[in-house]
Design a protein around this ligand. Structure first.
Ligand SMILES: Cc1cc2nc3c(=O)[nH]c(=O)nc-3n(C[C@H](O)[C@H](O)[C@H](O)COP(=O)(O)OP(=O)(O)OC[C@H]3O[C@@H](n4cnc5c(N)ncnc54)[C@H](O)[C@@H]3O)c2cc1C
Length: 407
């Protein structure tokens, strides 16, 4: 039996602790907050969109050749659904998005808590890990000294405890008010790991285009394309939301994964809105040509609603566009200059983190034996729609099983 410590009481840490304890080990779960799962409770607007049936390697920043993808092929969305079902939680699917059947994130919290209780995981709350050192005297010829423990962990209150193995599942830097403030990166660096620069993603994109004030509060189904220094970086379709000096909606969140870094590097970032993606530019031109003079304003209002119509018509007037071809072009290529993104305080996910090339397919460090990572502390970010929680659950399970194996 090994003495294993999991740092971080989020979905990744809970799964890791459960899996490691299931293998018959003594497991301690350390959480700095007064209780685990603070962030989990807010996910999916309180409904917890825990996975997605459409898991693809390009839903994440690592490619299909990375060993993590092999893990997700095995621990896929069906696996997680079955896992939860077996533990007593039914789930349901809306399009490809998966939720607990209760549509309540506290159901997932209760389930995970009862699983940890069943496996006698020692949950220690209000305890922040601030330093981890590998003890050389605890290791002989690659064997672990069970009595001494291989790792010495120091806490904010000054206490020091020894463990045979450590799983770092401290999350990233997004929403630090919920506990994930990047502390895990310091622990990883201390143990010799590279940590890449971090950016807030799955955020709103900011603009100072004053014309957009007229459409504040408007939601419109559109296609949005991101452009960085003249190069297209991706397109998404969905509901575009205009807020005060910001664009929002899942389609924008997904593009933020590719725009946060260039924005911080002062690149020229543009969102191009196609307000009628279901028609080609030529089809729209042909349709507009048939509209009698004087009725174009009515067409705009009927098709786009009053506020969006006013926005488009102003642009057409400002740019002195008169013929059907030019008007069609504006409707399908409405360019908005992006000036920034929300901070970590409002972002859902962190891009960057512990270098994933220094971690093997068992989520064990290639640099420090006995050290494992799981969840968002790793340099892994996924699309909006259950992908990030899925990675937290699957990587946590894999890391816990790997660490839990007999030593
Ligand atoms: C508002 C919001 C909504 C979201 N909705 C969704 C969604 O619907 N679907 C989806 O897939 N993803 C969603 N996400 C993203 C998802 O919540 C995260 O990717 C996921 O929680 C990461 O899990 P984790 O266990 O790695 O980290 P976290 O959930 O961040 O958990 C890490 C835990 O470690 C603790 N901790 C940190 N440092 C220390 C330390 N030094 N010592 C002790 N404890 C420590 C923290 O307090 C925290 O409890 C959302 C995120 C936010 C902010």
């Amino acid at each position: 039996m090994a003495n294993i410590c999991v740092v971080g009481g989020g979905p990744a840490g809970a799964m890791a602790a459960y899996a490691a304890a299931s293998c018959g080990n003594k497991v301690t779960l350390i959480e700095r907050n007064e209780e685990p799962f603070k962030k989990l409770l807010l996910t999916g607007s309180g409904k917890c969109n825990y996975s997605n049936s459409d898991l693809k390697s390009d839903s994440y920043n690592f490619g299909q050749n990375h060993p993590f993808w092999k893990v997700l092929e095995e621990l896929n969305s069906d696996w997680l659904e079955e896992f939860f079902k077996e533990k007593g939680m039914l789930t349901y699917k809306k399009d490809s998005l998966k939720y607990p059947r209760s549509e309540r994130s506290d159901t997932v919290k209760k389930l995970l808590s009862s699983m940890l209780l069943e496996k006698k995981v020692d949950i220690v709350t209000r305890k922040k890990a601030v330093s981890i050192k590998k003890k050389s005297e605890g290791e002989t010829n690659g064997e672990y000294n069970k009595e001494a423990g291989c790792f010495a962990m120091t806490f904010e209150d000054g206490e020091e405890l020894n463990f045979d193995k450590i799983i770092i599942a401290t999350g990233g830097k997004a929403y630090p008010s919920l506990g994930s403030d990047g502390a895990g990166y310091r622990l990883a660096r201390e143990l010799g790991h590279k940590v890449s620069f971090t950016y807030p993603v799955l955020t709103r994109l900011l603009t100072d285009d004053k014309d957009l004030n007229a459409v504040t509060g408007v939601r419109f189904k559109a296609k949005v394309t991101g452009e960085v220094d003249g190069e297209t970086i991706g397109s998404e379709e969905g509901e575009l939301q205009f807020n005060d000096n910001a664009l929002s909606g899942i389609c924008i969140f997904n593009l933020s994964r590719f725009l946060s870094k260039p924005l911080e590097e002062n690149a020229k970032c543009i969102i191009i809105v196609d307000f009628l993606p279901e028609m080609s530019e030529d089809e729209l031109e042909e349709y507009l040509e048939k509209i009698p003079d004087g009725e174009i304003g009515r067409f705009f209002e009927i098709t786009f609603g009053e506020k969006t119509a006013a926005l488009l018509l102003k642009k057409i007037k400002d740019e002195n566009r008169k013929n059907a071809k030019d008007i069609s072009y504006i409707i399908k290529n409405f360019r908005i200059k992006i000036t920034g993104h929300d901070s970590f305080n409002q972002a859902q996910v962190t891009k960057g983190g512990v270098d994933i090339d220094e971690v093997d397919e068992n989520f064990e460090s290639k640099i420090c034996k006995g050290l494992f990572f799981a969840g968002e502390v790793l340099d892994v970010d996924g699309k909006c729609g259950g992908y990030n929680l899925h990675f937290a659950f699957a990587s946590g399970y894999k890391a816990g099983m790997s660490a839990g194996k007999e030593i």
